[in-house]
Write a protein that binds this ligand. Sequence first.
Ligand code: FAD
Length: 386
Amino acid sequence: MDFQLSEEQQILVAEAREFALQEIAPYAARWDEDEHIPRGQIQKYADAGYFGMTVPSRYGGRGLSALDAVLVIEEVARHCGISGRLIVDHNFGAAITILHFGTEEQRRRILPTICTGETLMSIGMTEPEAGSALTDLTTSAREEGGEFVINGRKHWITGAGEREYTLLYARFNGAPGPKGIGAILIHKDMPGFRYAGRIPSLGVRGVQEGILEFEEMRVPKENLVVPPGSAFGRLMSAYNGQRVGASAVALGIAQGAFDHAKDYADERRQFGKRITDFQSIQFKLADMAIDLDAARYLIYRAACNADRAITDRYESSVAKVFASEMAVRVTSEAIQLCGAQGYSRNLPLERMFRDARCFTLAGGTAEMQRIGIAGSILGRALPQHS
Ligand SMILES: Cc1cc2nc3c(=O)[nH]c(=O)nc-3n(C[C@H](O)[C@H](O)[C@H](O)COP(=O)(O)OP(=O)(O)OC[C@H]3O[C@@H](n4cnc5c(N)ncnc54)[C@H](O)[C@@H]3O)c2cc1C
């Protein structure tokens, strides 16, 4: 076991740190206020080589490891959670599902365009009546004349209506249970695709969470990425990496909040001395640092043990639960350390607090992760349906 980053990784981190300072930090508050990050800005992440880092070079990527991607994501998220999430979405999730489970034709057609930023990807799983109970989803795909005809509704889809492709999870030919679920690539210009509006949210506002509706949307058969059958478990395994990526965003946000709070507290004077001269403030800083380190090494463990960006389910869930709850604690304590200034919109802490809050929900709630962890401990599936 080696806790040192390689020389290449140290360079990657240094470059990402500089990039984030120059290209992201000055604008992050504005994107939050505008509730929009411009496409030109997103393009910069692709141009910097931060999309498709985990994609092999034969498909246009950099062939880097999951840990390499995590290191970049952490640096970016220290200044801007939504930028971190954009990089996650184009290194894990849909990209990795296509890489591992898609056809060679899909890999050649889609992956290079993800790496260049030409194609942005969403994941469409959640439905109004199927959130944690994902296997209850009802969006249907019916085979007809060499095509699939899709009907249904998804909500809370990150990037809905803006991103070109969505990897859509649907129930094929009416087959019940997990075995009926497969994944198919849909494009926002396909007839029958409808963007049905944005869901206003507490944080991560620069990227929209939206509703998608499909009415008799015809999708060519060659867009089927994961056929229904026995694939649901494998399909979800590709999503473990997304959870580790999201955990790295939570970590980065918390680290950013900690950095601000530490600097502020070390300058702020009350009762004639620096507030960091009071032991209770020192203990707060120490506890925050312990929290950050614990999350960091759980995330790094899951990333290091990944098989081409597919991470272990147990390790991913442990990292996600700890990092997401840690980020809420640390960003909240950062506000506390800065007093009323921390609560004001003059500092980025309130934005970081709002942004951090999403990670115990998005990507599978902390409760559902705990159920998965308990299943691993007990060595059996823990069905939730009565
Ligand atoms: C910012 C954000 C971005 C998102 N992006 C996407 C996206 O891009 N694509 C996508 O498909 N989805 C996305 N989601 C949706 C997300 O995956 C769901 O919100 C999540 O899976 C929970 O579903 P739900 O909101 O319907 O909550 P519910 O399932 O209704 O759960 C409500 C509460 O009950 C708890 N609960 C439910 N069942 C159990 C149980 N058996 N035992 C114990 N507790 C239980 C939950 O943990 C939660 O606390 C996003 C969500 C957010 C907030």
